[in-house]
Write a protein that binds this ligand. Sequence first.
Ligand code: FAQ
Length: 311
Amino acid sequence: DDADALARFDDHVAHEQRIEPRDWMPEAYRRTLIRQISQHAHSEIIGMQPEGNWITRAPSLKRKAILMAKVQDEAGHGLYLYSAAQTLGITRDEMTRQLIEGRAKYSSIFNYPTPTWADMGAIGWLVDGAAIVNQVPLCRCSYGPYGRAMVRICKEESFHQRQGFEILLTLMQGTQEQREMAQDAVNRWYWPSLMMFGPPDDQSPNSAQSMAWRIKRFSNDELRQRFVGMLVPQAEILGITLPDPDLRWDEETQRYEMGEIDWDEFFQVLRGNGPCNAERIERRRTAHEEGAWVREAAAEYARKQAQRAEG
Ligand code: FAQ
């Protein structure tokens, strides 16, 4: 019965064994995974827009080829993650509807604009950097399809981060104007990238249960701390200043102390009031509607093939 099944499930998870789609799982575990994986998939898909903005204006053929490849990787991650979510019993259609009707969350970070080329560097360095720090532990997630998806995705994110770093490094070795452009982009993306890790631990309603289920391995604040520790030496190499005057190494606690994050801004963006929320959803809805004929043609083709097979 259910009590036996639950005991087996708990034991399985406690022994670091993977839960697979056909295994019994508590309904709340299923719901939590659908929530997190679909939000993650939506983030990848919406996350194509801020960078898509620069594909036609990249400063060279090489930069354009790299940026196109990166944005295509993001589409791949999104599709891969939608497939992982589908193994839990939600359809792709339902997830898409939730997104284009504005009922689904996706990462707050993709609601900020990309006015300059240096934003491509800052996104790669900071946004993909945060994504890696958050996602490496997810490779060990108790749910098999999600954990395995993360392994491949993290490899690609790590290439993305290096390409962002390299864009900033090139700008920092350029003219005064280019250096200022790089610094300005980092000034705008630094704080929002810290918000990607989610609310502070004492305001994170899902953390305790997700950690008990071994979906999450570290708390939001722990990962944020690890991220800042990774950035500081890289910022030094770049010659870029992280825009936090309170940031300092604390000998006693052996960690970086940082300034206050503007959580009002974070919750405003979550409520749909960020600088680009409406534009992002509108763009996705239009693209979905304009793709209707492709879906209809594919369905019709499948129907005819099936009819022919029946003879
Ligand atoms: N934005 O209780 P918690 C990428 C929500 S990387 C929006 O702490 P949890 C790569 C949260 O959903 C970005 N919402 O929640 C790329 C919850 O709401 P709900 C995507 C946020 O789940 C790079 C509520 O606040 N990465 O796409 C955010 O335990 C460059 C309470 O929070 C992932 O999704 C936020 N920043 O921890 C692509 C990673 N933070 O659902 C293109 C997987 C929190 O109860 C270009 N996800 N919320 O209504 C996770 O690791 C977790 O879901 C967290 C949140 C850590 C994001």
